[in-house]
Design a protein around this ligand. Structure first.
Ligand SMILES: *Cc1c(COP(=O)(O)O)cnc(C)c1O
Length: 368
């Protein structure tokens, strides 16, 4: 049996190398590396995939969030509500824009922001909500958008982990003012380095990010804004154009693997992710909740050469870097419980049947 990996990027590359290699080579021959035709094509292709008016590429998913905040004029003195149970980039971006993150606890079953606790976090300073569709599962967008609309708040969806996820048929990332994507290699649509994008129907957001991502330049060497350097490069765009043609099939494969796990993992110590036809999980990660002895299970898996990962072991309100916000242990009990119980097991479209059976067998035999 081939070595099991959390995400088998090597097998993916070998499968599509006949398309990837010439695509990269043509960029090398053109020697046009920044803001060329591959980027323009990719932005069109991405907008078409999401059935949305515009997509603009940037250097990372983190920058996608920072630039969205800047484009919506959110800065010092403004509050942005988000979840403490996310990758740090979400909150890092809020701070980078100069705004103040305000945490709201998560829902036990979905690991996503609990919309029943959202309204009590809104103050006169609140300008936006950043829902994070964690692991590949949509937030409760009906309720969230209803609250945002009634309180006139902007919504920036952190869709970094949920490429291809759907909420009542509609792709996540397309509900709010804009959606942010990450093409970090381990994400469902990953490039060969860093990359990100913002998708939106709002032409003003696009026009502003187009200027911000390129030093604030409006015409060559004419600057209207304080910008940054945050562009997706041509090589990454060429890779993404190839991978985007395969993405639907890869997401289907993830869902098939997840169904196999859900139908076959049978261990009273574990709670499995929810699947529903209305809220279609895209399974960037397959995350178990381990009721007790998570460490022991993780070590046991490792003993049988099965990697696993904890996304994430410490909620952001408990991180040293944010201690000035004054949060403490006990402030967000559901997030704190999740940080102690979650365990993600291998998930990628290149996991084969033999590997899946083996993983299930080892998990089912584990006794706490
Ligand atoms: C990956 C990720 C990002 C962005 O990450 P980059 O590495 O900057 O592309 C943002 N939010 C979440 C939840 C993520 O998982």
């Amino acid at each position: 049996m081939n070595k099991i990996k959390m995400t088998d990027l090597e097998s993916q590359y070998l499968d599509i190398q006949n398309e990837i290699n010439p695509a990269i080579q043509s960029v090398l021959y053109s020697s046009n590396f920044i803001l060329g035709t591959n980027v323009i094509d990719f932005e069109h292709n991405l907008a078409r995939y999401f059935n949305i008016k515009y997509a603009i590429s940037v250097a990372s998913g983190t920058d996608a969030i920072v630039l969205s905040l800047l484009a919506l004029n959110i800065s010092k003195g403004d509050e942005v509500i988000t979840t403490p149970f996310t990758f740090i980039a979400t909150v890092e971006a809020i701070c980078r824009a100069g705004a103040t993150p305000v945490f709201c606890d998560i829902d036990y079953n979905t690991y996503n922001i609990d919309c029943n606790k959202l309204e009590e976090k809104i103050t006169s300073k609140t300008k936006a909500i950043i829902p994070v569709h964690l692991y590949g599962l949509s937030c409760n967008m009906n309720k969230l958008m209803y609250i945002a609309k009634s309180k006139k708040l902007k919504v920036i969806e952190d869709n970094a982990q949920s490429f291809g996820a759907r909420y009542f048929g509609q792709l996540t990332g397309t509900f709010g003012n804009c959606g942010c994507l990450s093409f970090f290699p381990g994400k469902t649509l990953g490039c060969f380095g860093d990359g990100g994008a913002v998708i939106t129907n709002d032409s003003e957001i696009i026009e502003r990010i187009k200027i911000f991502r390129n030093h604030g330049q409006t015409k060559k060497y004419i600057y209207a804004e304080h910008g940054i350097n945050s562009r997706l490069d041509e090589i990454q765009a060429a890779v993404l154009n190839v991978k985007l043609n395969h993405i639907a099939k890869w997401i289907q494969k993830r869902i098939i693997i997840a169904k196999y796990y859900i139908e076959n993992i049978n261990n009273k110590n574990l709670i499995l992710p929810i699947i529903s036809t209305q809220i279609q999980h895209a399974f960037n990660y397959f995350t178990l909740r381990v009721k007790s002895k998570r460490n022991k299970l993780q070590n046991n898996l490792l003993h049988y050469n099965i990697p696993s990962a904890i996304f994430y072991p410490r909620s952001l309100h408990l991180q040293n870097v944010y201690k000035n916000f004054g949060y403490k242990n006990g402030d967000f009990p559901i997030a704190e419980q999740a940080q102690n119980e979650v365990l993600s097991i291998p998930m990628c479209p290149y996991l084969n049947t033999e590997q899946m059976k083996y993983i299930v067998k080892i998990i089912n035999h584990f006794k706490r």
